[in-house]
Design a protein around this ligand. Structure first.
Ligand code: MCA
Ligand code: AMP
Length: 500
């Protein structure tokens, strides 16, 4: 027996698995290509035995073929981000200790030098996908590690979240039953493929049930509307920023087209929002446009989906519903005691088969992340008497959510401090109607130094992903501090940020 995902795909055979702007691919083609990729990765070995394989391909068929190839060869998939500059890619390859680095030709120029510098085997996707499939692929038990996704925390550099095949299966099957997935679904995929939302919710789940996934290389509001208007799509999942962009595109359209756009949404089955708080104003405007009350759910890289509004029944604006199937969830007060009374804030803690196995090679961080077997999310919520949860925010001021991406203020500060003109800095997230939060930086410069905001942004873009680059940069004589001299970020968040 191979992995259930693969066994199931054998039955789906000629059904369409993946659709792109140029082509359609069946489950059979995905199985054949991933078998070739597995053979190319194995390169004569019997089993990769959890060797890490870092891969960088734009969203599309090759991504799924390589991901499945890694799994079928017994390796651990480490997805890299198309938007990341070389230093961030290097960090992930080195930290995960990836043995093999795979790149789509579009990214070979960026990744080959990194792989060579780190002395890793480098291979391109055409090379892998044209390998000769071997007759025998290893037996991969579901308890094995399957994937490492890098996520920012409050301790400097991003940590690798390790999920097993079983963890991913539990996350997938919870979504299948909660959200009524079937083989007749056809979902439009517009999300990055280095995070759980894009990887598990919108790619793996449809492939688990025999549905089709229409993958765009990048989110583009106009293109999404055009695809909706074909009437082919049954489900859509995105972050609030994307819904805000779709609303803006609808507003900008001519009145007669708006009708067609709205009609296209009405016939869809399901529209989901998550990864960041959905502003009630966006939910209401989207309801007017599309006839859908967005199904808001709450999740995290370490747990998959934790809470969800119902598929059928009342979806409460500003709330994230009740625990997903198979998820045990509790609130805990500052003393570490469970909060049983309704309407009382506490930290969300989660237990269940979808919860990740460990932070890659960080036993201490893993131990600290759990309390008596419960994963500590770092998010605060309250539960209404009817059992519906409301997220109140993150416990740490140093975690920023921007465009659905989780970003560590400390990681950005660490990079900014390496700039020769910067003596001190503090990074905060400032509320923003489109992005959720904007990354803003306050700087104190070295004596006599000067720094133009645009110049600094250009410098930062070479070292950080675009969503980590400060939108606004404020130069101050000193940072706001408390009586002990410690920088007070809540005070900083209230400052009027605009480039100086
Ligand atoms: C990009 N830009 C930004 C930001 N990002 N400016 C301010 N804040 C930002 N966060 C700027 C760029 O520098 C660029 O500026 C311009 O916007 C366009 O950049 P581009 O990269 O093209 O942005 P975009 O494609 O328009 O990005 C918007 C987006 C993207 C599509 C909403 O942020 C996105 O894909 N978000 C999804 C994140 C996600 O999937 N998160 C899941 C993780 P210039 O033109 O001046 O250079 S959470 C998760 O997985 C858990 C499990 C869960 O619950 O789901
Ligand atoms: P990540 O670590 O990138 O997986 O992001 C997970 C975090 O996103 C959670 O810990 C929450 O802070 C946030 N998040 C996800 N969904 C929601 C939601 N519906 N409302 C508010 N915050 C959310």
């Amino acid at each position: 027996m191979s992995l259930p995902l693969i066994e199931r795909a054998l039955q789906f055979d000629n059904r369409t698995a993946i659709v792109t702007l140029n082509a359609e691919y069946s489950y059979r083609q995905l199985l054949n290509s991933s078998a070739r990729a597995a053979a190319g990765l194995l390169n004569g070995r019997n089993d990769l035995t959890e060797a890490r394989v870092a891969f960088l391909t734009p969203p599309g068929f090759e991504y799924a073929a390589v991901q499945w190839g890694i799994w079928r060869a017994g390796g651990i998939a480490v997805p890299l981000a198309v938007s990341h500059p070389a230093p961030e890619l290097e960090y992930v390859i080195a930290d995960s200790d990836a043995e093999i680095v795979v790149a789509h030709p579009d990214f070979a120029g960026k990744l080959r030098p990194v792989a060579h510098k780190l002395h890793r085997r480098f291979v391109t996707t055409p090379e892998l996908l044209s390998a000769t499939a071997s007759r025998q692929l290893p037996q991969v038990e579901p308890q094995r590690r399957a994937m490492i996704v890098y996520t920012s925390g409050t301790t400097g550099k991003p940590k690798g979240v390790v999920s097993t095949h079983q963890n991913i299966q539990a996350q997938v099957t919870a979504m299948v039953s909660a959200w009524g997935w079937s083989a007749d679904d056809r979902i439009l995929h517009v999300l990055p493929l280095h995070h759980v939302h894009g990887i598990v919710n919108v790619l793996t789940t449809p492939l688990w049930v025999g549905a089709s996934c229409f993958i765009l290389p990048k989110f583009n509001a106009e293109q999404v509307w055009q695809i909706f208007e074909t009437g082919q799509i049954t489900a859509f999942m995105a972050v609030p920023t994307i819904y805000a962009r779709l609303i803006a595109a609808w507003d900008a359209a001519l009145p007669e087209r708006r009708q067609a756009m709205s009609a296209a949404c009405v016939q869809m089955r399901l529209m989901v929002s998550g990864s960041a708080a959905l502003p009630v104003s966006v939910l209401e405007k989207w309801r007017q446009i599309s006839g859908h009350t967005l199904l808001e759910r709450y999740g995290m890289t370490e747990i998959g989906m934790g809470l969800s509004n119902p598929l059928r029944g009342e979806r409460v604006p500003g709330h994230v519903g009740r625990p997903m199937p198979g998820v045990e969830l509790r609130l805990v007060d500052e003393a570490g005691l469970p909060v049983d009374a309704p309407n009382t804030p506490g930290e969300i803690q989660v237990r269940g088969p979808g919860v990740f196995r460990e932070y890659w090679q960080r036993p201490q961080a893993t131990a600290q992340a759990f309390q008596d077997g419960w994963f500590r999310t770092g998010d605060t919520a309250l539960r209404r008497p009817d059992g519906v949860y409301r997220i109140l925010g993150r416990n740490s001021v140093d975690i920023i959510k921007t465009g659905g991406f989780k970003v560590s203020a400390l990681e950005i500060e660490e990079v900014l401090r390496t700039h020769p003109a910067i003596r001190e800095c503090a990074v905060v997230g400032v509320p923003d109607p489109e992005w959720g939060e904007r990354v803003c930086a306050a700087l104190v410069l070295e004596t006599g130094a000067s720094l133009a905001a645009e110049g600094l942004r250009g410098w930062a873009k070479e070292r950080l992903a675009p969503y980590k680059v400060p939108s606004e940069i404020l130069v101050l004589d000193d940072l706001p501090r408390n009586a002990m001299g410690k920088v007070t970020k809540p005070a900083l968040k209230k400052m009027n940020f605009s480039d100086t």
